[in-house]
Design a protein around this ligand. Structure first.
Ligand SMILES: C[S@@+](CC[C@H](N)C(=O)[O-])C[C@H]1O[C@@H](n2cnc3c(N)ncnc32)[C@H](O)[C@@H]1O
Length: 236
């Protein structure tokens, strides 16, 4: 680390501040305690040389130092710009394919439907809706990594042109175009979602894997292996 020209102590400023430190040393006084004109001239010339000379850690090129400074600034800016990832209200546990298919059958999904899965995980329910029933599928998922995985799965299933996966919060998502809404969530999330689901357009079918809606009895329910699936129709 370079020393400060004024004090000789290590210079602790940021990297760019090292680059052009100003000399503050004065010419020494003569024996009488006064500086003569010649000494003053030499001292001035020395100060000017220091003013122009980059003071760097030994052997470190200026361009390298500037690159470090820019990289530090960029990383700081991107850290400041980042929002913390939202916390999922429930973690990812997939619905088995047989149960997912039974949910779509219980809703009577056809090629005319737009199927929204709330908390869509790896995208399997919208993908089956598109692949097997020719519907359009939309997944709303809070975890961006699962959304990326869903697009990969849709490509593999060759239905990427019939599905959409959105990083978003199921509590605030716009469900206006849905004709079928599916979900595998939790009792507390179902309770919070009930008013939103009741307000969907009349005739919308809602299917839940396992969890009921308090105060709204289902129109139909089926047992599929270990799971119960439930259906509601939004009244006309
Ligand atoms: C039990 S998994 C169900 C996954 C998929 N629907 C299925 O049945 O296979 C619940 C999913 O909801 C997602 N999730 C949790 N809270 C959410 C929120 N507020 N908005 C959107 N997705 C959420 C989780 O990341 C997880 O993928």
């Amino acid at each position: 680390m370079p020393g400060s020209p004024a004090t000789g102590r290590p210079f602790s400023g940021p990297p760019m501040a090292w680059a052009f430190a100003l000399a503050s040393a004065k010419a020494p006084a003569d024996k009488t305690g006064h500086r003569n004109a010649e000494q003053e001239e030499k001292s001035k010339a020395a100060r000017n040389r220091l003013r122009m000379r980059p003071i760097l850690p030994s052997g470190m090129p200026v361009r390298f130092l500037i690159a470090i400074s820019l990289a530090l600034a960029a990383s700081q800016a991107s850290t400041l710009g980042q929002q913390p990832a939202p916390t999922p209200d429930i973690h990812f546990t997939p619905t088995r394919h047989a149960i997912a298919d039974a949910m779509l059958q219980l809703a009577g999904v056809t090629a005319q439907d737009v199927v929204y899965d709330l908390g869509s995980g790896d995208g399997r329910i919208p993908i089956i809706a598109a692949q097997k029933y020719g519907a359009r599928g939309v997944g709303i998922e809070i975890d961006p990594r699962l959304v990326t995985q869903s697009w990969g799965n849709a490509n593999d299933a060759q239905v990427a042109n019939r599905v959409r996966f959105l990083v978003g919060d199921l509590f605030t998502a716009d469900l206006g175009e849905a004709t079928v809404v599916t979900m595998y969530l939790s009792p507390s999330i179902m309770k919070r979602l009930t008013p939103t689901l009741r307000a969907l357009k009349p005739g919308t079918r809602i299917v839940s894997h396992q969890f009921t809606m308090p105060g709204w009895p289902p129109d139909d329910r089926r047992q599929v292996d270990e799971a119960e699936i439930l259906l509601w129709r939004v009244p006309k």
